[in-house]
Every structure is written in C-alpha cells, then in structure tokens.
Design a protein around this ligand. Structure first.
Ligand code: GUE
Length: 288
C-alpha cells in the first residue's frame, strides 16, 4: 500500500483563490488589507520566510510593510515600534518574526501587539479565546492543518489525534483546535515514555518536533493520516520533515510532504487572518 499525498501547495492555492474574493470586496469598500512584518537580526531562515510571506501578500494584493532592524535593537525600541503600528488604521496585522535575539523577551513583545492585530494568534487574549472556543485569530500552522483536513474531507470528530510536540506556536494550539472539533487528543513530547505506543494508536498523527526521520512505517497505524510539521535539514542539506516519507507512506493512508505540505498552508492562514482583521475593522466602522 502507498499513502495518498496531501498536496499543501494545491490546497493553499485553493484557499488563496477564496481569499481573493474577500479582498476584492474589501477593496470595493476602500479597504486594502495591510500587514506589518517586523524582522530583527539576520537569521537566515527568518529572512527566507519573511520573503515568502511578503511575496504571498503582494500576489493577492495585500499591502505589506517590512520593518527590519539590527540585532542590537533594544526591547524598548521594539515595543515603541509596535505601539506605533497598533495605532495605524491601514495596518490590520502585525507579525514579529520569531525567534527574536536573546536580549528581547518574546512574551513582552507578543503582549504589546494589539489583540485586534494579532494575526499570528500568539497573544494571550487570542489563546484564551481559542481555548474557550470563541472566534479569534488562530495560530497559522494549526489552522492550516485543520483547513487541509477539511479540504480533504477527513473527519475529525471522535478521531484519536496524537500530537508530537508541545510548543506554544504549533503543538499546543494544534491539539486545542482538534479538541474544539471533538477529537480525542493526546499530547506527546520529549519526556514521553514509549512514544510508539501512542503514535501507533493515532488516527491522525501530527508531528511538530523538529527531528528528521523521527517517524517511520513502524510508528504508524495502517491507514492513518500523517501530518508532518517538521522543518529540518537532512545529511545532504535538503529540507525534510520529522517523518521518513518513503517509509511512512507504506503504512499511512494519507500523508503531507515536506516541502509542499503544511508550510504553504501556514502562509495562507497568515493571509487569511490579515483579511479577517481587515473585515472586522470594516464591520466595526460600519456599525458606528
Ligand atoms: N511570528 C512568526 N510567525 C510564523 O508563522 C513563523 C515565525 N514567526 N517563525 C518561523 C516559523 C516558520 N514558519 C514557516 C512558514 C512557512 C514555511 C514554508 O512555506 N515552507 C516551505 C518550504 C520553504 C523552503 O524551501 O525553505 C514548504 O514547506 O513547502 C516554513 C516555515 C513560520 N513561522
């Protein structure tokens, strides 16, 4: 048996076309969705990601502004910049690319972003609303995964979802979004004993650990859906996920590749959240 591929680029394109319609509507009301991207220091991967995000914006007609700072930027200066952006009506989303330099506390920075512009879904207000199942900005990677499964018409209700990894930006919110859709969720992490006992029970297995070839055919229940969030480099320097794709596809029913799986969906959900923010701003203005 060989698993069916879940094509993240194709699905991302599908959702981007839907977004295009919302953007046209907004523009007819004189609103152009605007995203401010803040990049501090010169982490190579961060530059690549920021470039991809801005290119995706420009393709859809979303306005984007890049604020690039040296590593030496102080936390106070960054807070000041975010406070300025919070006040600007043409900026609907503020994204501070992570990781930040050591001397800047990411929690302080995230809490400075207005919850109404928190398109990453990292602010405690957004997290709290997500946990209580209210409408808010949901973190982009978890939301992208859910939208991928919806596109593929994969049921979530009552399914056993096993999440590998408990980061604040992927593992934890991903589990929560699945729980909100009536899945039974198990979180595994670096201290989990006998990991395979858990992964083998998953109907949907989500790996967000950052370890190449962590998961192979022997770790997967026959026919399971395998979602690979890993962004690693193999011995040859090629981008690869947490899943040993060639092995895993012998057991899985459906599987996402890296690249071309979750990554493009993450970026699409950033666009989605920016458009959602612009729509909210317009609705609030029309109410007044
Ligand atoms: N505030 C903040 N928000 C983020 O959303 C955020 C962040 N910081 N810091 C870093 C991570 C990482 N991330 C990715 C997004 C898309 C791809 C992606 O599209 N990857 C392509 C391949 C890219 C390549 O070739 O290098 C793919 O999987 O097909 C990857 C990684 C967003 N992040």
């Amino acid at each position: 048996m060989s698993a069916e591929l879940i094509d993240g680029r194709l699905i991302a394109d599908y959702y981007r076309e839907r977004l295009q319609e919302s953007i046209s509507e907004l523009k007819a009301n004189d609103v152009t969705p605007g995203l401010a991207v803040i990049l501090v220091g010169d982490n190579h991967a961060s530059h690549t990601y920021v470039k991809m995000k801005r290119k995706a914006c420009s393709k859809l007609g979303i306005h984007s502004e890049l604020y690039q700072f040296q590593e030496s930027l102080t936390q106070e200066e960054l807070v000041g910049k975010i406070e300025e952006l919070n006040e600007l009506d043409h900026i609907h989303g503020i994204l501070v690319q992570l990781p930040l330099p050591q001397h800047i506390n990411p929690i302080t920075i995230i809490e400075t972003i207005s919850p109404s512009k928190d398109v990453d879904g990292f602010h405690p207000v957004s997290i709290g609303k997500m946990v209580t199942n209210q409408d808010t900005f949901y973190s982009c990677t978890p939301l992208g995964i859910i939208k991928m499964l919806e596109y593929e018409k994969i049921d979530i209700k009552g399914k056993h979802v096993v999440i590998l990894g408990r980061s604040n930006i992927v593992g934890k919110p991903a589990g929560q979004l699945f729980l909100n859709r009536d899945a039974t969720v198990t979180y595994c992490h670096s201290k989990t004993a006998n990991l395979t006992d858990y992964t083998k029970k998953a109907d949907i297995l989500v790996s967000a650990v950052g370890k190449a070839k962590l998961i192979g055919a022997g770790d997967i229940k026959k026919g399971a859906v395998v979602i690979d969030v890993g962004m690693n480099r193999d011995e040859a320097g090629r981008l690869c996920g947490d899943v040993d794709f060639e092995s895993a596809r012998e057991a899985a029913g459906k599987i996402t590749p890296v690249p071309g799986g979750v990554g493009p969906m993450t970026i699409t959900m950033l666009l989605y959240n920016t458009v959602k923010s612009a729509r909210w701003q317009l609705e609030n203005r029309q109410k007044r």
